[in-house]
Write a protein that binds this ligand. Structure first.
Ligand code: PEP
Length: 253
């Protein structure tokens, strides 16, 4: 059965003290999670280890790196390799976030390399895809995201693809307060699942978690997460506020 996931993306926000306070508040809410429900905190690199320790043995809670380098090691000052992330016991890594694509010129091909490295170290890549506004206005978003899947994921075999979590994040909805409607999200998630099914078959497509990202809030999470093909969310701004993110976790079905 595919997992339902509430993933926080802190981006470059929160001091360490603010971050640990936020985690304390969220853990303090003592939310009951079923076996197939997970909460993932994508935090800045220096916080991965201490926040992982803060989470302790809670089996449904995880930390994630927000990025990794696409080479295994070497002279890349300031970068962090998948090996380093894995050596700290981190089990998730966000790859191909639209901010990385835009500000750091990450291509589908580079992201494919990151996906491979993560999988080689048993790290679950949270693979982000999604279209900019101009593509949505031209109504060619379905083809656009299909190419992103094709160029970054479709070299994977049937076993490997099921270890990937996909996050559909329309760029026009990220940090803008402009959420895709529940219908728009469901339509795109169903499309992504059908693209996966045409490559890997229906059973495998049904086994892959597809998260929605783009101005998810406590107030809209329930409606978005109730859509049949929406398996949770990747959440930026609202994940920085304990009461909001608690509501979002609670909305996992
Ligand atoms: C994100 O950072 O992936 C994101 C979706 O941000 P926000 O929730 O703030 O739109």
């Amino acid at each position: 059965m595919r997992k339902k996931i509430a993933a926080a993306n802190w981006k470059m926000n929160k001091t360490f003290q603010e971050g640990t306070n936020l985690i304390n508040e969220i853990l303090g809410a003592d939310i009951h999670l079923d076996n197939n429900q997970q909460v993932v905190f994508s935090v800045p690199f220096p916080y991965l280890m201490p926040i992982q320790e803060q989470i302790g043995g809670r089996s449904n809670f995880f930390v994630a790196a927000q990025n990794c380098h696409h080479k295994t090691s070497g002279a890349f000052t300031g970068e962090t390799s998948v090996d380093m992330i894995a050596s700290m016991g981190v089990q998730f890594c966000v790859v191909g976030h639209s901010e990385r694509r835009e500000y750091f010129a990450e291509s589908n091909a580079t992201i494919a390399e990151k996906v491979n490295l993560c999988l080689s170290k048993n790290i679950t890549p949270i693979f982000c895809c999604g279209e900019p506004l101009a593509i949505r206005e031209d109504e060619i978003q379905n083809d656009f995201v299909a190419v992103q899947l094709d160029e970054s994921l479709f070299h994977l075999d049937q076993d490997a693809i099921q270890k990937v979590v996909i996050a559909y994040e329309p760029i026009w909805a990220i940090g803008t307060g402009k959420t895709a409607s529940a219908d728009q999200a469901q339509e795109m998630h169903a499309h992504l699942r059908s693209v996966l099914a045409s490559k890997y078959g229906k059973d495998i497509a049904n086994n892959i978690s597809i998260l929605y990202g783009g101005s998810v809030k406590g107030s809209n999470a329930n409606e978005l997460f109730s859509q049949p093909d929406v398996d949770g969310g990747l959440v930026g701004g609202a994940s920085l506020v304990a009461s909001e993110f608690i509501q979002i976790i609670t909305a996992l079905k």
